[in-house]
Design a protein around this ligand. Structure first.
Ligand SMILES: Cc1ncc(COP(=O)(O)O)c(C=O)c1O
Length: 478
């Protein structure tokens, strides 16, 4: 019979699909490697299997043991599915920004999901990496997979993804394009392809624009699982050992808007429902193809399915609220009010480690008539059903509130201001209708909001500025 004995035999061996690229068939062929067709739904099934089998060989994981991992979801899923088939318990530590669909899938495989806050520095004991290591240590028979530093991660791709692509393209691949998260995919696949081609295959990383891998400033971004952001309070920024930079020829930055619009188009125009990092990778592949000779063969890794992100990249309201899309309604938009604001009010950031005394001084210097607010960077949770918020906005500091805290002894001048944050200010996407934003701002109890464009805070705005951009009849309303 043509049948398999174990679900793990259905990991990998994913197909290549020729992607339609701009240019109507002219230019190099670009093939997507459809990792969502692996049995667990992502590229990470491969490393789930490899890391567990290696740990068994090394005697680190014994029968009845517990597999622990900090994961944005896919590696957790890959590990959970392999653990399920082998009778291990699985504990997956995720941040509270991970999509709800991924969490539900983890639980479906019987994994326990532990939530940790997304916006903490690497050194913080509650950082998912530290929490996972601690759980593994405290659990009898516990083993932490540690994909960021585990050699079995790139090795899985060296042994499977690379040879598959070489075989599928009959050795004609000239360019590999892959996102870089832990770096395992690009390092293992790229190393194999470079070796087998005598060094001729070009290996190109695709990276969210503010990720540090492509030289960004480390601000958080909206593409799950790709890139590397840096919390402003992280003291030492450690890059994963699974990322072998020597294999990578260059890393291209891709704006979140480009990634998001690309995955939406792949679904609508090519029937391909893939996740946000696939959008990043395809956008980079488009650039690679535009610069490559006609006879080049570009392979781009599409790590997972769009089904996990239906409430994000494929949800118009989510995108509208973060400033990635404009609303359908005619009439003034929040972004018009920003453009019309005579006095520019850029978002004043403070680092959470700044002392209360320095924060007060900065706020006093900036006082310019409107309610004043400063927003330390660092992700904050976006719970289901709530408005999505920019990951870089952890909270707000309002001059009067901070002064009152000092006067009443709740805050000391030497305290880090991050310990005295007020709730984040209301946030509106630049394409949202101004009138609705005005009404929501009135209900919020504060008079200052943050305007988001492409997921980032671009301006502070108050109700008078919003009202001023409405047609005369409406602007007169209180
Ligand atoms: C959806 C998605 N895209 C991209 C990546 C990056 O792959 P790697 O960690 O191998 O660099 C991951 C890794 O978790 C992922 O889950």
């Amino acid at each position: 019979m043509d049948a398999h004995e174990s679900v793990t035999e259905l990991i990998g061996n994913t197909p290549l699909l020729r992607l339609r690229m701009p240019g109507g068939g002219r230019g190099p062929a670009v093939y997507g490697k459809l990792e969502y067709l692996s049995v667990g739904g992502s590229v990470k099934d491969r490393i789930g299997l490899r890391m567990i089998e290696q740990a068994e060989r090394d005697g680190l994981l014994l029968p009845g043991g517990t597999v622990v991992e900090a994961s944005s979801g896919n590696t957790g899923l890959g590990l959970a599915l392999v653990a399920a088939t082998k009778g291990y318990r699985a504990v997956v530590v995720v941040t509270d920004r991970v999509s709800g669909e991924k969490v539900a899938a983890l639980r479906a495989f019987g994994a326990e999901v532990v939530f940790k806050p997304a916006g903490v520095p690497r050194e913080h004991p509650e950082h998912p990496f530290n929490a996972a290591a601690r759980i593994a240590e405290e659990t009898p028979g516990g083993w932490c997979a540690g994909q960021y530093d585990n050699p079995a991660n790139p090795e899985a791709h060296y042994l499977t993804t690379g040879p598959e692509i070489w075989r599928q393209t009959e050795g004609r691949i000239t360019h590999l394009v892959s996102c870089v998260g832990t770096g395992g995919t690009i390092s293992g696949t790229g190393r194999y392809l470079k070796e087998v081609s005598g060094g001729s295959v070009q290996v190109i990383g695709a990276d969210p624009a503010s990720s540090v891998y492509s030289g960004g400033d480390g601000r958080p971004y909206f593409i799950e699982a790709a890139g590397h952001w840096r919390h402003p309070e992280t003291v030492e920024d450690v890059w994963p050992r699974s990322y072998h930079q020597d294999v990578v020829d260059r890393v291209l930055p891709v704006a979140d808007r480009d990634s998001v619009l690309t995955v939406r188009r792949l679904a609508r125009e090519q029937g391909l429902l893939v996740g946000g990092s696939s959008g990043t990778a395809v956008a980079a592949a488009r650039q690679v193809a535009a610069e490559a000779p006609e006879e080049a063969v570009v392979v781009v890794i599409l790590p997972d399915s769009g089904r996990q992100y239906l409430s994000k990249y494929f949800d118009d309201t989510w995108l509208l609220r973060l400033g990635f899309l404009d609303g359908d309604e005619s009439g003034a938009r929040v972004g018009d009010a920003v453009a019309a604001t005579v006095r520019e009010r850029p978002v004043p950031y403070l680092n959470g480690r700044t002392t209360v005394a320095d924060a007060l001084a900065a706020l006093q210097n900036r006082r310019d008539g409107g309610e004043q607010a400063v927003l330390p960077a660092g992700p904050c949770p976006a719970g289901p059903g709530r408005r999505p918020t920019a990951p870089e906005l952890a909270g707000s500091v309002v001059l009067d509130g901070l002064r009152a805290a000092v006067e009443t002894g709740r805050a000391a001048l030497g305290d880090p201001v991050g310990d005295h944050l007020a709730a984040p200010l209301p946030q509106f996407g630049s394409g949202e209708p101004a009138e609705a934003a005005l009404a929501e701002l009135a209900d919020s109890g504060v008079d200052t909001a943050v305007v988001l464009h492409d997921g980032h805070a671009v301006a502070l705005i108050c109700s008078a500025e919003l009202r001023a951009c409405l047609p005369v009849g409406k602007s007169r309303r209180p």
